[in-house]
Design a binder for this molecule. Structure first.
Ligand code: I3P
Length: 126
């Protein structure tokens, strides 16, 4: 068994299920489609998986490539205009991708918001 030593950037900060909708790709608007996604936050990116077992599978180098968001230079903000749902925040990447993340439970979504915000701010100090 080969031990892979992760650099700090690959360390998992937080993971869990959230509602996700990608609403723009490279600045081009997409039709909104909410899905439940297993979200893995590391120091510089967010990965989206179908379920909690998938990251382990991906680490076995099966060639599976999750959808991911580069947080470097990204913006995060709460929005009440982009959805009729409550507790929605938007992440906008430098490449013009826009994602909405949402959860009804206030405490959990608040935790996610600040975890992602901190990751973005810590990176911009580099
Ligand atoms: C969309 C769907 C989304 C809704 C969106 C609708 O319809 O109901 O859940 O977003 O509202 O257009 P469809 O499935 O036919 O594409 P919210 O749940 O976030 O409100 P929107 O057009 O106001 O974004």
């Amino acid at each position: 068994v080969t031990e892979i030593i992760s650099p700090l950037e690959q360390t998992v900060i937080k993971e869990g299920y959230l509602q996700k909708a990608k609403i723009a790709d490279g600045g081009k608007k997409l039709r909104k489609n909410w899905t439940v996604s297993w979200i893995v936050l590391t120091g510089r990116k967010i990965e989206f998986y179908k379920d909690s077992k998938q990251p382990a599978v991906a680490n076995l180098k099966t060639g599976y490539k999750p959808e991911w968001v580069d947080l470097h230079g990204a913006h995060i903000e709460w929005t009440t205009e982009k959805s009729s749902r409550k507790n929605v925040f938007q992440i906008t990447t430098t490449s013009g991708n826009e994602f909405l993340l949402q959860l009804d439970q206030d405490f959990i979504i608040l935790d996610w918001f600040y975890a992602i915000k901190n990751a973005i701010e810590n990176m911009s100090k580099d």
